[in-house]
Ligand binder design. Structure first.
Ligand code: NDP
Length: 282
């Protein structure tokens, strides 16, 4: 079994991006990511801090908006509208989840698709669906990089994805199709899950169920990508895959932590750099 080292691969990507940002700077192209947080959920605050740190590392600016928990939808829409108009802002990121009083759909749809570095706007999702260039949701884009940079051949392989969420499972299936895999998507109503997952050459799990995937779910020699992140009662992290049970059957596998997790921010930075590069074409 070979471990797929997401920490190392994400660090390499960030270094490549740092070089690109430097070159763009020399051509006079700069810009900042705007990060908006509503309320002060501690987990969100950590994510926001890490995103700002990554911006600093690759050399792009970041401006943050910390809005009170009781901020109205109108006020937030106003902030987004202002940021949409600013040429120095190359990306707008609204940290989710938002308070229940605010419609996430309305907020995400208000972001200019050309600044939607999270890749959640319906225009970008549609572009992904029909194979046009646009921003791709960061976690599934990160999985593709993990596979490619670990020399996993995707074309012609049977890829089974467990989970069909809008942010992971669905875009993941579209990206694997684009890479010419034969794709099967499983969900909570799938019958005989193990019967299907055990046919996968590449198994990607994003179900949000700690250590659910056991040896019986995995074919001998499969590549296993675990998107899940959970904190166990003993404080340790785990994924949706029971790593100890599966590791000897898999040919390559991502650990949790240190697998898919670090890739998400690296791909967010990749989208920010793409946005900067798009300025050249304007
Ligand atoms: P969601 O809860 O939105 O989706 C879970 C999916 O899994 C659903 O499609 C659901 O099916 C399916 N599912 C649930 N139970 C079963 C089951 N018993 N059998 C088959 N399918 C099942 O989760 P997300 O996609 O947002 O996230 C998935 C995991 O990935 C979570 O642990 C999350 O924390 C993690 N995550 C990690 C990220 C990272 O940066 N590494 C980023 C985003 C998420 P149905 O549609 O029928 O309900």
């Amino acid at each position: 079994m070979e471990l797929i080292d997401g920490k190392l691969i994400s660090a390499t990507i960030k270094d490549e991006l740092k070089d690109k940002v430097e070159k763009l700077k020399n051509e006079g192209i700069t810009g900042s990511l705007a990060v908006i947080q509503v309320g002060n959920d501690p987990a969100s605050s950590i994510y926001v801090k890490n995103k700002k740190k990554a911006c600093e590392y690759i050399g792009i600016g970041s401006v943050s908006y910390e809005l009170a928990e009781n901020t109205t939808e109108e006020k937030l829409l106003g902030v987004i509208s202002d940021l949409n108009k600013r040429r120095d802002i190359i990306g707008i990121l609204v940290q989710l989840p938002l308070p229940a009083s605010i419609s996430e759909d309305r907020i995400l749809e208000a972001i200019d698709p050309s600044k939607d570095v999270d890749g959640f706007h319906p225009v970008n999702v549609g572009k992904l669906c029909i194979g046009h260039k646009g921003f791709v949701s960061c976690t599934p884009a990160g999985v593709i990089q993990l596979l490619k940079r670990s020399n996993v051949d995707i074309a012609g392989k049977h890829c089974v994805i467990v989970g069909r969420s809008n942010i992971v499972g669905k875009p993941m299936s579209l990206l694997m199709l684009k890479e010419n895999a034969t794709v099967t998507v499983c969900h909570s109503r799938t019958k005989d899950l193990a019967g299907i997952t055990s046919q996968a050459d590449i198994l990607i799990v994003a179900m949000g169920k700690p250590e659910f995937i056991k040896a019986e779910h995995v074919k001998e020699g499969a590549v296993v990508i675990d998107v899940g992140i959970h904190r166990k009662e003993d404080g340790k992290m785990c994924g949706d895959v029971d790593f100890e049970a599966v590791k000897d059957k898999a040919s390559k596998i991502t650990p949790v932590p240190g697998g898919v997790g670090p890739m998400t921010i690296a791909m967010l930075m990749n989208n920010c750099v793409e946005s900067l590069e798009n300025l050249k074409e304007d």
